[in-house]
Ligand binder design. Structure first.
Ligand SMILES: [Zn+2]
Length: 405
């Protein structure tokens, strides 16, 4: 007799039994990575896999997204499970037998594993439909890597559901070699940063380098701004609600004896709250305009908002952690001591419904954390047995969240 009404105890075993098929899908995707918002081959594979399970797949109008609904036996709310699908523009050098066959493209962030895990979870859930009160909305999104694929899906009506079926939670898993294989790493509140772009064109007046007083040299103005921005961050930003401003690209001038007319700067702004985000934008503008005014240069400043802060709902995070502890043991569920300065467009979904993203560790046992290639490295290798944990987690979160009677 079992005391587990949702039978979590069987999920991990079932996921492990499915692993060969899950890995077959993962490796097929890995061989054919696609980048951005248009992923026709990836989309076709996902549609095909869903239809073979008997699910109706819906594709996006403007981007290569796919959605499908697993309808529970009883009425209830909707839970979103998300898997992103895009690769990255780099040349794979892992030496794996299923290495990318597309030159200059690689699944270096493990989104191939996300697709495979979500498809595997769909199979586990289909076998347990009678346990679901409500429905699971499977969200396969393109263009996570800077293209805002999740936002396109929301604009196309991802969450526009009939009354009584509204989504009341969302869950995502991101694989990572930063953590030991099979561990689940998460934290309530801000988990990943907002990432905004700054671009700045400084105009002075060109001239002969031997007579700077006859010109208006934008070069020292640029140098002053780069340093002043670092002082701005340390003096104007609350250390307990931190920010990073990095100027990463400086372009100006042609040779040693010409003062250039313009200098171009660009960089990134990372923050963990809308408050600090707004204050950094305002202070950055003030620093740039003030320094330019002091020297008579003219600034053309553009601050483009990128992905917002990824904020895990505290209650849902505790719920996910408790399920993880039950599934893989308390020692394998690790609270993250600090957020990550990277950014993630699942944040747009979490702005609309409470939920959480968890990092699934996939660093192979015995690998040195100091030297193991990380996500976005062209040598990164994800430890495949860890995928069973991700498959079971997706299904367990859905079953518990939508527990029928
Ligand atoms: Zn990623």
């Amino acid at each position: 007799m079992t005391t587990d009404p949702i039978a979590l105890s069987t999920l991990l075993g079932d996921a492990e039994a499915l692993l060969p098929e899950i890995l077959e899908v993962r490796r097929r995707l890995h061989r054919r990575p696609e980048i951005g918002l248009a992923l026709p081959a990836t989309q076709a594979l996902v549609v095909d896999e869903l239809e073979r399970m008997g699910l109706a797949a819906r594709v996006g109008r403007t981007v290569s997204s796919v959605t499908a609904v697993i309808e529970g036996a009883e009425p209830g709310p909707t839970l979103v499970l998300r898997g992103d699908m895009d690769g990255l523009p780099l040349q794979e050098e892992t030496g794996l037998e299923f290495t990318s066959e597309t030159p200059g493209a690689m699944h270096a962030c493990g989104h191939d594993t996300h697709v495979a895990m979500l498809l595997g979870a769909a199979r586990l859930l289909l076998n347990r439909r009678d346990r679901l009160a409500g429905r699971v909305l499977l969200m396969f999104q393109p263009g996570e890597e800077g293209f805002g694929g999740a936002r396109f899906m929301l604009e196309e009506g991802l969450l526009d559901l009939p009354a009584g079926q509204a989504a009341n939670a969302a869950f995502a898993i991101h694989i990572s070699t930063s953590y030991p294989a099979g561990t689940l790493n998460l934290r309530p509140g801000p988990e990943m940063a907002a990432a905004d772009f700054v671009r700045l064109s400084l105009s002075g007046r060109g001239g002969h380098a031997s007579a700077p007083h006859t010109a208006l040299d934008p070069m020292p103005v640029a140098a002053e701004i780069v340093l002043a921005l670092q002082a701005m961050v340390t003096r104007r930003v609350d250390v307990f609600d931190p920010a990073v401003v990095s100027i990463t690209h400086v372009r100006g001038g042609t040779t040693n004896n010409i003062i250039p007319e313009t200098v171009f700067l660009e960089g990134t702004i990372r923050t963990f709250s809308e408050k600090t985000r707004a204050s950094v934008h305002a202070n950055l503008r003030q620093v740039v305009e003030g320094i330019c005014a002091a020297h008579g240069a003219v600034a053309d400043l553009e601050i483009e908002r990128g992905y917002p802060v990824t904020i895990n709902d505290a209650a849902f995070t505790a719920f996910v952690a408790s399920i993880g502890e039950e599934l893989v043991g308390p020692e394998a569920v690790v609270p993250m001591p600090a957020p990550i300065m990277g950014a993630e467009d699942f944040s747009y979904v979490l702005q609309r419904v409470p939920g959480a993203m968890v990092f699934l560790g996939a660093r192979a046992p015995g690998e040195d954390p100091a030297t193991a290639p990380g996500n976005h490295s062209n040598r990164v290798v994800f430890h495949e047995p860890a995928l069973a944990v991700g498959v079971a987690m997706h299904a367990a979160v859905a079953l518990r969240h939508l527990a029928a009677g």
